[in-house]
Design a protein around this ligand. Structure first.
Ligand code: GDP
Length: 305
């Protein structure tokens, strides 16, 4: 929790600063105030539509409760945001899913280069290894120079084997080998890295589809999770990437990385309101322990505290 708090420091500061600035000019709850509030929310990357919706609902709430003092207004804002966030995610399931039939569980990681896929896989491998599970990694990004070595480096660091080919090899073949190994050698969980070259989108999406088919042929219920890794510091860009990936690869959850280094924590609200894909994990640094399950309530209170 301490880590979580520290990781959010940057988002909180700017959110807090913006709220403070808003209330520094506070005279009365008038239209000007709501305009400023909208602007602040948009700047914090909650998304345009979401910002308008929030400010509309706040306007109602402020009227309804007849609040006038600035501390009361700010209290209403935080409460309303927590409510809205909770409502939008009512049907969301932010748990990670595993098999219960003795077969290996497979998680497929997708996302653009640099989002943090390899790092997240390393961190998660460490987590499951610590929990006493037998973990295997597959180097499905055979395209980007260095991607294979980078995963192998993580494998050494957290003491987990990696199935890999030569650079330029067929990713689906690597994944096929990894699935076979996982079955034959009774691994509990297989984490699959994939390429992220969005500049050749059609090609990449076909590759991801093929990887999924190969997995399904051996393990019909797998992959149990398709996790889209997004860099929180890219703000609205992350949102449009998510839409593109979700069109072709059914994404089951989002890993939001680099929340330690960004003031754009508001992106979480946008993801929930516009994508309806649950955030399942958050990255709060580059080290193996810097990965946490996403706790929505804690997160939102952290932002506005
Ligand atoms: P990939 O191309 O999607 O596999 O991305 P990488 O895993 O190689 O990550 C790209 C860079 O982001 C690396 O320098 C990582 O150390 C860094 N990174 C990944 N996750 C986080 C995070 O949660 N916080 C911070 N600060 N850096 C991260």
């Amino acid at each position: 929790t301490e880590k979580y708090e520290a990781g959010l420091e940057k988002s909180r500061q700017t959110f807090g600063q913006k709220i403070n600035a808003l209330f520094a000019n506070f005279r009365t709850v008038d239209e000007g105030f709501f305009d400023d509030l909208e602007e602040m929310l948009i700047e914090s990357d909650v998304g345009y539509e979401t910002a308008l919706r929030i400010s509309d609902e706040l306007r109602e709430e402020v009227k309804l409760k007849n609040v006038k003092r600035s501390d009361e207004v700010s209290q209403v804002i935080v409460e309303k945001l927590v409510d809205l966030y909770g409502e939008a995610g009512q049907d969301e399931d932010n748990a990670l899913h595993f098999t219960d039939n003795g077969q290996p569980t497979v998680f497929l990681f997708v996302g653009v280069n640099g989002a943090g896929k390899t790092t997240t896989i390393g961190k998660l491998a460490h987590r499951y290894r610590q929990a006493g599970k037998k973990v295997l990694l597959a180097a499905g990004d055979t395209f980007r120079a260095g991607a294979i070595e980078q995963l192998q480096e993580w494998g050494r660091r957290v003491d987990v084997p990696v199935v890999a080919s030569q650079p330029g090899g067929d990713p689906a073949a690597v994944v096929f080998d990894a699935v076979k190994t996982a079955q034959q050698e009774h691994y509990d969980i297989l984490l699959v890295d994939t390429a992220g070259r969005l500049q050749n989108k059609v090609n990449l999406m076909n590759e991801l589809e093929k990887i999924k088919r190969v997995i399904k042929r051996e393990l019909p219920n797998a992959p149990q999770e398709v996790l889209l890794v997004l860099d929180a510091s890219t703000g609205q860009n992350a949102l449009s990437q998510a839409k593109q990936f979700n069109e072709t690869t059914q994404v089951s959850g989002i890993v939001l990385t680099k929340l330690d280094g960004t003031a754009r924590g508001g992106i979480v609200l946008a993801i929930r309101n516009e994508l309806h894909i649950p955030v399942k994990l958050v990255g709060l640094g580059e080290k193996m322990d810097d990965l946490q399950d996403f706790n929505p309530t804690q997160f939102i209170y952290g932002l506005f505290k």
